[in-house]
Write a protein that binds this ligand. Structure first.
Ligand code: MD6
Ligand code: FE
Length: 212
């Protein structure tokens, strides 16, 4: 279906210094097909938090390293702990998508080495956190949302306070870097809106530069 309102939405919205929303930057269906190939090799799983709780969000990874969590803490690992094998390689199309989004937002020469893939069922949420397990924070995180819409909550550099609510729809891409790179953020709830092909869950990909 043609999007009658596409011309009314800005192509690029600077939400805060270092945080840029690129509405509908990618084709959700195309990215979903690539995600399915990754998941066929490295399935979604619920990891344990360091405190021993099961995360409501299911995750997998692709790239040289993947983000993992267990009783020992959060870290990046070159090995999938369930398969005892390397994570699937990052497909070129995904690398290019992240690099193009970064370029559009003022970060040229972005070389992500990791992509964390989160899957939310409608009751799942992600509590406020900082992404600080990477070697350095000079590079942004590029976040791509697929499927059901969600409310992404952006806080400041300290825990608490009132968040800025950002609605993320299928295909929306958020560039998260610069002075906002260490801002707290979470996903409060899913909304009942989504593309026909994916109305049962939300998938979010976050591209990172984790290694030096
Ligand atoms: C999500 N995203 O949207 C979770 N982290 O499902 C994140 O935790 C995130 O979107 C760092 C930068 C951008 C993000
Ligand atoms: Fe995060």
């Amino acid at each position: 279906m043609t999007d009658l309102f596409a011309s009314l939405r800005p192509e690029r919205e600077e939400i805060r210094e270092g945080v840029t929303l690129l509405p509908g930057f990618c084709d959700g269906q195309e990215i979903l097909n690539i995600v399915k190939e990754i998941v066929a090799v490295a399935p979604f799983r619920h990891m344990q938090t360091p405190g021993g709780r099961r995360m409501s969000v299911a995750i997998t990874n692709c790239g040289i390293v993947g983000w993992v969590s267990d009783h020992k803490g959060y870290r990046y690992s070159a090995t999938d702990p369930e398969r005892h094998r390397p994570w699937p390689e990052m497909p070129e199309e995904l690398f290019a998508l992240a690099q193009n989004a970064a370029e559009k937002s003022g970060f040229s020469g972005y070389h992500p080495d990791s992509c964390l893939i989160n899957r939310y069922i409608p009751t799942a949420s992600l509590s406020p956190h900082q992404d600080k397990d990477e070697h350095c924070f000079d590079w942004p995180i590029i976040s791509v949302s697929l499927g059901l819409s969600a409310v992404f909550q952006l806080y400041g550099n300290k825990r608490g306070g009132r968040p800025l609510n950002i609605r993320l729809d299928d295909g929306d891409t958020l560039v998260f870097g610069g002075p906002s790179r260490l801002c707290y953020h979470g996903v409060r709830k899913l909304l009942p809106d989504g593309p026909e092909i994916m109305r049962d869950c939300r998938i979010n990909l976050t591209f990172r530069r984790a290694l030096p």
